[in-house]
Design a protein around this ligand. Structure first.
Ligand code: ADP
Ligand code: MG
Length: 373
């Protein structure tokens, strides 16, 4: 008798969902990204009991069309990508249609949504664990979408216990992530608040509808922060990496043109390379690829190494957005999409270090950010 058999569908869904939504961070990341993809200019994040009881994200984006109610929370249903090839020209955060379906499997979840044409009427959508639409009802609502996630991991006892134990740390980590989205999102007003049981509602931070990242940073971290920063604007040609020549030839034929080089631009803001202008802890370092917040440990290491040669005692504030061709990196590396694979990373790091040292050597010529305000 065969001992190998397929896992039952519901369990597969739960197993996979647990890889997409791994912690509080992934919930907020996925939902904020959905709001931004929907063209929102206002994103409000509300935590109840640090997110343990509920996370609510309200936006004023496009809203959801009634014809999508049935499929919106089904696995791999998305409005953003239809074939694998679309990945190389992606300009949305989402593309796999997994977040809402995973949240259905791992939390008590509902959506309230209204489109511009709906007047003051919205629709509340409730779902089964599988992501199938369970019920709809009419409620009062402004244009946009509110997603409510209650009792995260209520059906994964080990993960729920872990979340309860580490919730304070998780909440602080989420705030850092939301800082990054709020700082990079020009023209989007963010508001993040927290309500403890029987406690008052407190605003963690908020931004205005600012025209640039500098004002976003001032809103999030305080205007004083800008005094210690210089503009980051590095531009360099990527030298061919030291891979085998066969790989290089192939690359130059496919993505890089005949010269084998590619222009990289890194824009943002960084601490002045002088003692007293850095920070005690490296907790304010944000990295983006084409405005997508992501973890880039090797890039962070390169920045820190160079900064340390100018300021041994402190860490830099870093806000760095790497502008790359969409076919020069891969976002489809890990289920939570935080990891990005950069092609030619070794060459990029070498050129980055040189360009950064050059910027720091000439930093006195940079106009202090405070004077740009
Ligand atoms: P993905 O973002 O990869 O498409 P999701 O599961 O996060 O997958 O979302 C599924 C679909 O639901 C999206 O493609 C989008 O059409 C719709 N959607 C999700 N959140 C919102 C929102 N806040 N406003 C409007 N539409 C949304
Ligand atoms: Mg999404």
């Amino acid at each position: 008798m065969a001992t190998i058999k397929p896992i039952e569908g519901r369990s597969v869904h739960q197993i996979q969902s647990g890889q997409v939504i791994v912690d509080l961070n992934s919930v907020c990341k996925e939902l904020v990204e959905n709001s931004l993809d929907a063209g929102a200019t206002s994103v409000e994040v509300r935590f109840k009991n640090n997110g343990l009881d509920a996370i609510e994200i309200q936006d004023n984006g496009s809203g959801i069309a009634p014809e999508d109610y049935d499929t919106i929370a089904l696995k791999h249903y998305t409005s953003k990508l239809s074939t694998y090839d679309d990945l190389s020209s992606l300009n949305t955060f989402g593309f796999r249609g997994e977040a809402l379906s995973s949240l259905c499997a791992l939390s008590k979840f509902h959506i309230i949504t209204a489109r511009a044409s709906d007047g003051a009427k919205g629709t509340k959508l409730e779902f089964e664990q599988s992501g199938k639409l369970k019920s709809t009802s009419v409620v009062a609502a402004k244009q946009g979408t509110t997603v409510v996630v209650e009792s995260l991991f209520h059906n994964l006892p080990v993960r729920r216990k872990e979340l309860e134990k580490s919730i304070k740390r998780e909440y602080n980590k989420v705030l850092q992530l939301l800082h990054a989205y709020a700082c990079i999102s020009v023209g989007v007003k963010f508001s993040v608040s927290s309500q403890m049981p029987k406690g008052k509602k407190t605003v963690a931070f908020s931004t205005n509808t600012n025209p640039n990242t500098k004002e976003n940073i001032a809103n999030v971290y305080g205007a004083k922060t800008l005094l210690a920063l210089v503009p980051l604007n590095l531009k360099f040609e990527l030298a061919p990496s030291n891979r085998s020549s066969a790989t290089q030839i192939l690359q130059s034929q496919t993505t890089q043109g005949s010269s084998g080089s590619r222009t990289v631009q890194i824009v943002g803001h960084i601490s002045r390379p002088v003692v007293g202008e850095g920070r005690q802890t490296p907790d304010r370092q944000m990295f983006f690829v084409n405005s997508r917040p992501c973890a880039l440990p090797q890039v962070a290491k390169a920045f820190n190494e160079v900064y340390r040669t100018y300021n041994v005692t402190q860490s830099a504030f870093i806000f760095a957005d790497i502008k790359l061709d969409t076919n020069a990196y891969d976002v489809n590396v890990s289920p939570d999409k935080r990891t990005i694979m950069l092609h030619d990373q070794t060459a990029l790091l070498e050129s980055l270090k040189e360009a950064l040292a050059d910027l720091f050597d000439h930093h006195d010529q940079s106009v202090p950010q405070s004077q740009l305000m």
